[in-house]
Design a protein around this ligand. Structure first.
Ligand code: IMP
Ligand code: MG
Length: 167
């Protein structure tokens, strides 16, 4: 395994997170519903903090834990830790990367069935346009990424930037 050049710097991610927070605030302006931001652990932890610290709206923080990858292989998402969703709340789910979209689809279905008024998706990375309401960066690629929360078998999450892991 080899770690490639910096794919996206920590600085660029933080700048983009600030822009996305402004979009979330704009969309939430005037709403009298509570706003819950759900972090999908563990991968989204770093990006989640970057986004929520710039939100002007008063929010509630919730955390879910989902396992959707085994090494470099995608698998069916399994919910390990659930969130508490207030009925009628607007929910923003914050993810690290949308790959097949199964994880965010599971979250959306679950929170709507728990009585959320709306569920929007915010992802640091996506492999396709249009798979989330707020997307940091889109790369139409099969590359496997590590860093800034993204892991390979639980390693590399603390790297301050996204890198390609070359098999
Ligand atoms: P999905 O359910 O297929 O959309 O998978 C999304 C989840 O897979 C993300 O939350 C990540 O945990 C994981 N994942 C997808 N691509 C990568 C990658 O390139 N590096 C690390 N984890 C990834
Ligand atoms: Mg994940």
């Amino acid at each position: 395994m080899e770690i490639g050049q910096t794919f996206i710097s920590g600085e660029s991610i933080r700048a983009r997170a600030k822009e996305l927070a402004a979009e979330i605030d704009k969309d939430n302006a005037g709403s009298d519903k509570p706003l819950i931001c759900v972090c999908v652990l563990r991968g989204a932890a770093m990006f989640y903090c970057d986004v929520i610290k710039h939100l002007k709206s008063d929010i509630r923080c919730e955390f879910v834990s989902v396992r959707s990858y085994d090494g470099m292989k995608s698998c069916e998402p399994v919910l390990i830790q659930d969130a508490e969703i207030q009925k009628g709340a607007n929910v923003v789910v914050v993810e690290d990367i949308v790959d097949t979209g199964k994880t965010v689809a599971l979250m959306k279905k679950r929170f709507l069935s728990q009585g959320a008024n709306s569920v929007k998706l915010c992802s640091m990375l996506a492999r396709k346009e249009g798979v989330a309401d707020y997307i940091g960066f889109v790369f139409d690629t099969d590359k496997f990424f590590i860093g800034y929360g993204l892991d390979y078998n639980q390693s590399y999450r603390n790297m301050d930037g996204v890198y390609e892991l070359i098999p």
